[in-house]
Design a protein around this ligand. Structure first.
Ligand SMILES: CC(C)(COP(=O)(O)OP(=O)(O)OC[C@H]1O[C@@H](n2cnc3c(N)ncnc32)[C@H](O)[C@@H]1OP(=O)(O)O)[C@@H](O)C(=O)NCCC(=O)NCCS
Length: 367
């Protein structure tokens, strides 16, 4: 395999990188939007932001790129560091020469060494399976319309506020079942992604703000953030449905609003996501709050990734399951219970109480 010289992009590379990315993605879609419009928050003109892009330069020009963006996501009581991978590309005339393979291999090695448990991306499964990503997850997607939504409780006052006032709801936003630890300023910048209009709502009762929602407005509305009292979220959805055809939402089954979103769905499906286990030990540590609750007393096991790391959960860790990286990702993140997916012996059926673990990357954190 050819050796390429890999480097981090720098602040001074910004304009060239943005032109290069546009040109690379035009082969997928002749109307592909510019990347500074799609992801204004990822392309700040600083060395720090630009260094999130590993690039290959040849003859002085950027010829390939992979973006890897660290995020700290809270899923219930668990804090999970996850890298979002995006902007995977190569100049059209140099494709099939191994540049993407070189960049992704390098970024995967760096993520593994970083101590981050997970990496996320959205893309063509066979390609990314070569690098350890599998389509997994137990998240659900509901579309809610006027006929499927019951009348909200009386007494709620719903107001739309200017998106720039999102910061006033910061403390409430942070109580969401899933949240990426970012500032209100970055979240606000993300709300302008793709030139889309985002709307912010709050619901109050007895003059106390008790619920909030962020939606992206289109023909229907996509619910991107929600927090607070379920009855208040219900009142906001009812308010939005006065002018929008439907409200769609993707959520984790452990979300405090999950039951309501499921009950009120007019159409419904499950929503898989592409995850890669990076540091297996760190994954078990990050999910300790859930594992401690779910592992039955006196039960334990060693989980081993073929040719890779192994972890012990529970006590005693007598039995051992060895799987390749993709299958282990499925055992841990589903969507199917381990005993069903892997035809486990009866004495290992307790693993169904432990796995799948939940993971969701909030919509505005996608890259
Ligand atoms: C997808 C893209 C990044 C691939 O870049 P590339 O530099 O041509 O990739 P590589 O040369 O490393 O690999 C190309 C293919 O050859 C294969 N390959 C690479 N090295 C190989 C080798 N030594 N032997 C055999 N096959 C090899 C890879 O498996 C890969 O298969 P895939 O296209 O099914 O993924 C490029 O086509 C592109 O920029 N497309 C437009 C943007 C895009 O769609 N990006 C992905 C968004 S999710």
């Amino acid at each position: 395999m050819q050796n390429f010289t890999l480097e981090n992009a720098r602040a001074g590379d910004r304009a060239e990188l943005l032109d290069y990315l546009q040109n690379a993605f035009l082969t997928n879609d002749p109307n592909h939007a510019r990347f500074e419009a799609l992801y204004p928050d990822l392309f700040h003109a600083t060395d720090e932001a630009m260094a999130r892009h590993r690039i290959i330069r040849e003859d002085g020009k950027i010829r390939a790129c992979v973006g890897w963006y660290p995020m700290d996501v809270r899923v219930g009581a668990c804090k999970v560091r996850v890298y979002g991978i995006g902007q995977v590309s190569c100049a059209p005339e140099l494709r099939k020469g191994g540049r993407m393979t070189a960049l992704l291999s390098d970024v995967c090695a760096k993520m593994d060494a970083s101590g981050a448990p997970l990496a996320w991306l959205s893309g063509w499964r066979p390609r990314y399976a070569n690098f350890g990503w599998e389509a997994v997850g137990t998240n659900l997607h509901s579309s809610i319309d006027k006929r499927s939504l019951p009348e909200p409780e009386p007494g709620w006052r719903v107001e739309e506020i200017d998106a720039s006032q999102l910061g006033t709801l910061d403390a409430l936003s942070r109580t969401a079942s899933a949240f990426e630890e970012t500032s209100a300023e970055i979240r606000l910048e993300r709300m302008t992604r793709g030139g889309k209009q985002h709307r912010v709502f709050k619901a109050s009762r007895d003059n106390d703000v008790k619920a909030m929602c962020v939606m992206q407005a289109g023909e229907g509305a996509d619910l991107y953030e929600w927090a607070g009292d379920n009855a208040g979220i219900h009142a906001i959805i009812a308010h939005v449905l006065k002018t929008q055809k439907n409200v769609s939402v993707t959520y984790s089954p452990i979300d405090s609003a999950a039951r309501m979103f499921w009950d009120y769905a007019s159409t419904f499906n499950s929503s898989l996501t592409m995850l890669r286990i990076c540091d297996f030990g760190a994954l078990v540590k990050s999910y300790a709050p859930i594992l401690e609750k779910r592992i039955p007393a006196g039960k334990g096991i060693t989980l081993e990734i073929e040719g890779g790391a192994s972890v012990k959960i529970g006590t005693p860790a007598g039995d051992k399951i060895t799987l390749n990286r993709l299958s282990m990702t499925r055992l841990i993140f589903g969507p199917v219970a381990p005993s069903v997916a892997f035809n486990l012996k009866d004495n290992l059926r307790w693993l169904d109480q432990v796995f799948p673990l939940p993971f969701i990357l909030p919509n505005l954190s996608h890259v």
